[in-house]
Design a protein around this ligand. Structure first.
Ligand code: ADP
Ligand code: MG
Length: 331
């Protein structure tokens, strides 16, 4: 059984950054307002996510680590569309391929802690904690040396963790994020920090994008807000005068979760075709909200792939909304 768990785990956890993604998404799902992520050696030796969310009651700790156990509602939950069909996989997977300790305290309960080490679960025991949850993952892939070999340099893995945090930070502007490298002497060095934004969603998003993509982007971008056949598009897109030599700063979120989809690059190219040559790329952070019936989630839990049932509809909405915004801005 533990061998099966380790194989399945490889599907969910490809590298330290995918573990960070799962743990931070859990913290977000738990309603956290402050999330701190620490890592050492590119996340290979240690990842720790601390949140001030709802916590886990002592009796539920062992359950949270069991395969297919989820406290969350089914795949029709808009927020959780990214794990549709893969509910309750992350914690058991991480416990199968590393040494996982969860310390948690839910309102009205004492704190408690449990450890799973290479798939072997210990007993829950009392632990001191004010509230929220601390998940520590040590020695990722120690139980699967073949996977360990495929990890890149500490620097490359740390970079991938940073990318994951930045995407999630864009999607959750009201949450405070701190990312800290505690390699070496353990004193720690803040790699990224974003205070909780204030105001309405557009103000908050604008402030957060200034933090993540830079003040220059925020000051040279247009707010987008458009609707078509059940798809609601919001976000910010750069003015043609603020473009880049590559498409790296193009971000798409569907129902609050980051997705990678070439559709965005194509749509942006279409929208800016009158203003930009093919080697210039506008920065953009766009958010689509839609009923889950309008998207397909790729049946691979480690990938953030969402396919629109009607890609033409999504593309058309993005192109027309951006052209409209550019025209309004005098382009
Ligand atoms: P899923 O997120 O799909 O439910 P996970 O394996 O990631 O599956 O988590 C299992 C369960 O553990 C969650 O459903 C939730 O009840 C609980 N849990 C995990 N992380 C946290 C957290 N940071 N705060 C509160 N509860 C958590
Ligand atoms: Mg989860």
């Amino acid at each position: 059984d533990s061998a099966i768990n380790r194989i399945a785990a490889g599907e969910v956890v490809e590298r330290p950054a995918s573990a960070v993604k799962e743990l931070v998404e859990n913290a977000i799902d738990a309603g956290a307002r402050r999330i701190t992520v620490e890592y050492a050696d590119g996340g290979k030796t240690m990842i720790r996510v601390t949140d001030d969310g709802c916590g886990i009651a002592p009796d539920d700790l062992a359950l949270a680590l069991s395969r297919h156990a989820t406290s969350k509602i089914d795949g029709s939950d808009l927020l959780n569309i990214h794990t549709f069909g893969f509910r309750g996989e992350a914690l058991p997977s991480l416990g199968a391929v590393g040494r996982l300790t969860i310390t948690s305290r839910a309102a009205g309960f004492e704190g408690a802690e449990i450890t799973v080490d290479g798939g072997r679960m210990g007993e829950a025991r009392p632990a001191a904690l004010n509230s929220g949850t601390i998940v520590t993952l040590r020695d990722l892939f120690f139980a699967t040396p073949a996977r360990l070999k495929f990890l890149r340099t500490d620097r490359a893995e740390a970079q991938a963790i940073g990318d994951v945090i930045k995407r999630l930070a864009m999607a959750e502007p009201f949450v405070r994020f701190v990312l800290r490298d505690v390699s070496g002497d353990g004193k720690g060095r803040d790699v990224f920090r974003a205070e909780a934004e204030q105001g309405d969603l557009f103000e908050a998003l604008h402030g957060r994008l200034a933090q993540v993509l830079g003040r220059e982007f925020a000051e040279n971008s247009l707010p987008i807000d458009a609707m078509r056949e059940g798809l609601h598009l919001t976000g910010f897109a750069a003015l043609p005068t603020y473009s880049r030599g590559s498409a790296v700063a193009q971000y798409l979120f569907v129902n609050g979760r980051p997705v990678r989809d070439k559709l965005l690059t194509g749509a942006l190219r279409g929208a800016y075709s009158d203003f930009l040559s093919r080697d210039r790329h506008p920065a953009a952070a766009l958010f689509v909200e839609c009923p889950p019936t309008l998207v397909d989630v790729n049946v691979h839990p480690a990938k953030s792939e969402v396919r629109f049932r009607d890609p033409g509809l999504a593309r058309g909405l993005i192109v027309s909304a951006l052209r409209h915004a550019l025209a309004e801005a005098g382009h």
